[in-house]
Design a protein around this ligand. Structure first.
Ligand code: BV8
Length: 230
């Protein structure tokens, strides 16, 4: 079958071989905190220092020279470049490896680690250095108004309208490197199924949504994604 509109969803597993720990590999923990307890607006209100530290550590790691896109990221960028129809890449990841691999038609539905947002004006700044609650905002000059531009648990993911529109007109949905725990991303496969798209799961192991997919490819993304894209 000749596909016209492909939607790809990626999760932490596509960046694992680039050296970025997945949530499951960390058993959902960071410094003995449950990630669901740190990645929330309540945690940020209660202890902004701790939450900033959580992201400062991950930002610092992402900017290390040995962290770079792997063959899975590169294969998706090549697919977008050479595919005749539409390819939309929706990532749950907050790292910048897809754009560094060359992907352009890309939505970070859970935000981006290298961005901060002013809670007063909503303005977004690219920011590579560690940040704390006493950092002054570039737009209002106040302290304490900057937060990571990241979607926490209980917050609305970004560009959902665009994502739902793409899912409702896709004929191929590929899910790569995600355990299928977190919604609404984990529900995308059902939307694709409802419009008759072919659905493929590429993962190290069966995800929580395994039974919803037409096809399953299990193995490391850096091997399986280039093979699938070719
Ligand atoms: C929302 C940014 C309303 C932060 C993240 C009860 C039931 C259902 C839902 C809920 C519920 N209670 C609450 C909810 C909603 C909640 C949710 O889903 N909770 C879960 C815990 C049950 N969701 C929300 O709050 C979302 N907002 O619902 O708002 C709404 C809904 C619709 C429309 C409008 C409004 C917001 C959730 C966003 C949270 N932010 N990230 C940060 O990063 O710090 S979530 C974060 O965790 C990631 O972004 C990602 O989404 C998730 C981790 O999942 P994965 O990426 O899959 O990573 P994981 O480690 O789990 O799995 C990796 C996989 O890769 C594994 O399967 C592994 O086998 C595989 N793998 C490993 N190595 C490789 C590999 N595969 C291939 N190759 C390899 N080498």
């Amino acid at each position: 079958m000749q596909y016209q509109n492909i939607v790809i969803l990626t999760g932490a597993g596509i960046s694992a071989e680039s050296g970025i720990r997945t949530f499951r590999a960390a058993d959902g923990l960071w410094e003995n905190h449950r990630i669901e307890d740190v990645a929330t607006p309540e945690a940020f209100a209660r202890n902004p220092e701790l939450v900033h530290q959580f992201y400062n550590q991950r930002r610092e790691q992402l900017l290390m020279p040995d962290i770079r896109p792997n063959p899975a990221h590169l294969a998706l960028a090549k697919l977008e470049q050479y595919f005749k129809g539409e390819v939309l890449l929706v990532t749950q990841n907050i790292d910048n490896l897809h754009e560094r691999a060359g992907s352009r038609n890309l939505i970070h539905m859970h935000g981006e680690l290298l961005n901060l947002r002013c809670t007063t004006s909503g303005q977004v700044f690219t920011h590579h250095k560690p940040v704390g609650p006493d950092a002054r905002c570039g737009c209002c000059g106040q302290m304490g108004t900057l937060r990571p531009d990241i979607v926490w648990f209980g917050e609305m993911p970004m560009q959902m309208e665009l994502i739902y529109d793409a899912l409702e007109s896709c004929d191929l949905f590929i899910s790569i490197g995600t355990s299928g725990h977190v919604y609404p991303a984990a529900g995308f496969v059902e939307i694709a199924n409802s419009v008759g798209a072919e659905t493929v799961e590429i993962n190290l192991e069966p995800s929580k949504k395994q039974s919803a997919f037409d096809r399953h490819i299990y193995g490391p993304a850096s091997r399986e994604v280039p093979l699938f894209v070719e």
